[in-house]
Design a protein. Sequence first.
Length: 260
Amino acid sequence: MIGRNLAVLAVLGAGVLCGAEKIELNSVNAWERQYGVTEKEGVLSIPGKCSFTMKEFFIVDPAKTYTLQASARSGNGQKASFMPTVSQYDAKGRLIYVSHTKTIPGTFTELAAPCKAGDTLLIAKNAGQWPKGRLLVLAFHAKEDSSDLPNYTLAWNTVKNIEKKGDAWEVRLTRALPFAAAAGTKLRLHENGGTMYPAGGCITGNSWQTLKGEIKGVEKASYSNNRWAPGAVKAKLHFLMNHNNESAITELKNIFIEIK
């Protein structure tokens, strides 16, 4: 299991830890894909560019405070990036990213005409506040109260041009739509993006650097580094290692999640 001091009060389903006050992650066996990771006296040594995830889920309770901590340094004198992230999952086990929940205010509308897969034109009832020229996410079958979040009916696209014609708006897209949607289908725009970084990141040196962050509460219709995403029910710590230096070896110690 994870750490000698892990107190498990209950287990909700296979591989899910619940009720733990402290989850310690200072052993190789605490992690799924280990990529040559070794451990000596509580210090993990990670060679080369890789990413790896803790084996067990922990339950998300927005009323509790989750403190994440890890200390990092170079193990061979070569500087490299260390980015501790948290992967969030919904009740169906799907990952939740920025793209699934971070809505762009003022963009909720509905289709005034049907669209089909391959189209690069949308006819919307109101697209007056849709931004142009940057990669965004079209979220279909949206609900105005945001109860559809996290939304997985998504189409990544860039708005090329918007023009009002009569009572509707013509929206020209740079990419073909991946699926069809009927007239009256509700949709909104979301920001494009990935995961959460509650403790930030660092470039390692010869001295230990400690990264620490907290997560508490839940976002309503957004995504942040210190509040859970809408629909998140469980999570895992996920490390991005040495992504800017494949020759680096990074050492980690004092890795834990404390739940109060």
